[in-house]
Design a protein around this ligand. Structure first.
Ligand code: AMP
Ligand code: ZN
Length: 112
């Protein structure tokens, strides 16, 4: 499987991990767009948000719980942060393995 995030999960591509369990991995984005920029991914290869099914309910809920925990640990829970998923071409998705960006540590630009 030619998926960069699957290779990070396997350990064949290195990453700076901030959280890992059997189902989820979180690591620093290689090109941070904010002082805190963490990617949170399921270990299951799900290409996009459109491919999430009811079978993934538990891991999706766990991803949100991990995001809350990481936000606290990285000191941005109170100051605030943004949790972003880019889906497909118009959404700006580049890596086709489901991931959530956790961004914070500065005043982020308004989306609109
Ligand atoms: P997206 O545009 O939502 O698909 O975002 C993909 C993200 O993956 C970008 O923010 C990249 O900087 C990040 N990225 C790509 N390769 C790596 C890598 N080897 N380690 C960490 N982050 C990466
Ligand atoms: Zn993958």
């Amino acid at each position: 499987m030619d998926c960069i995030f699957c290779k990070i999960i396997e350990g064949t591509i290195p990453s700076k991990k901030v959280f890992e369990n059997e189902r989820i991995l979180a690591f620093h984005d290689i090109q941070p767009q904010a002082p805190v920029h963490t990617l949170i991914i399921p270990k299951k290869h799900i290409p996009t948000m459109n491919d999430v099914t009811g079978e993934d309910d538990a891991v999706m809920a766990e991803i949100f719980a991990v995001a809350r925990q990481i936000a606290k640990e990285q000191g941005v829970a109170e100051s605030g942060y943004r949790l972003v998923n880019n889906c497909n071409s118009d959404g700006g998705q580049v890596v086709y393995h489901l991931h959530f960006h956790l961004l914070g540590g500065e005043k982020l630009k308004p989306l609109g």
